[in-house]
Design a protein around this ligand. Sequence first.
Ligand SMILES: [Zn+2]
Length: 382
Amino acid sequence: MRFEISKVLDAIEGRVCTDPSLARAVLDLAEVIRYQDLDGGRPASLLRLGMVIDTLARQLEEDSVPVYAVVHRALLSDADLTSNERMVVRRWADDGLVEVLDNPGDRMLEVADLLGLPVLSRVRFDGLRGRFPWVVEQPGRVLAPVPDAGGPKLVAHVGGGPKPMAGDRSSTGVKLLARQWRCPEPGCALFGGGGGGAFADLARVEGAPAGQPPPSLRNGVPTCPRHGARLSDAGPRPRSEVLAVRIGGLIRRRFVLTEEQPVLVGRAPEGTGAVMLGQWLNDEARRWISRSHIRLELRVGEVIVTDVSTNGSGIRPNGSLVESERVPLAPKQSRVLAGADMVELYPGVQIGRAEALPSGASFTPTSVMAEAPTMAMRLPRP
Ligand SMILES: [Zn+2]
């Protein structure tokens, strides 16, 4: 059973990130792990994060949906968690997958405000409407995960519906996310590459600068939320484009393409950031699609797709599903992927810009809890 829990926690690990382009909701981990009424189990359990993530994915009708988790530092030594769970949260903290704070304060709402994301919380924020008017003005921006007969559901504080609604990034958020930032604290997991020294300014920002979290704004100064230190401006943030994989009409995952690194997509490609489709393909698609099938590059703001497969691909101009409009892309051929164009690796296996790819299929999500022991899924009696 211990082994199975580890597998669930690994699955959840793939669904926490501080990447502004990928996160789909913000939550406070210390709050979520104590939703005891979701399963009637221990006072605190990290598995509840998985339950809430599954619920979000179901409501967004999209697979592999990540959340931005704000974590109170005390959680790293919270005795209500198992030692294994504490170890996992520490690893997430070290890897910058979650944001650990001495005093989270309003940070969850600040992140949601800067990024335009919905908040998953049972807390009433009415008192903060002055600073964050959307908490009471925009339906679906704050949703409470609550128990329901078939597992948790989301209920919007305003409007009462179950659908999380994203807003626009605030103008401050847009400005902050146009730059990359560096924390003076050595080894900072969120704004790394500091380290000081004579050549600190020349040092490359480590990690994925395009995926840096939004700085905290304190008295108008961009600040590291973890260390409270003033961040230095390390130049413009590299351009990026958010792409999505749609299989059988369902968005299976999103990924970020930057000018720094091409991305390989295929049945089982190798390399950093490669997008593996194998788990979602039927036998025929698996036979057709090469291990590495296409290479995507971002060059001067243009997405370029190159077929690197044995069998070739196709382009669906402007997302058209009319067969006569499909343009073949032979092996070794390249093409610019304009606006709503999709590249199709095999019928129904498509990649395009995330905002141009609607999810149209009836939804059968892959649960992060698939491996969960039954005990963890026990529901409270009505
Ligand atoms: Zn820092």
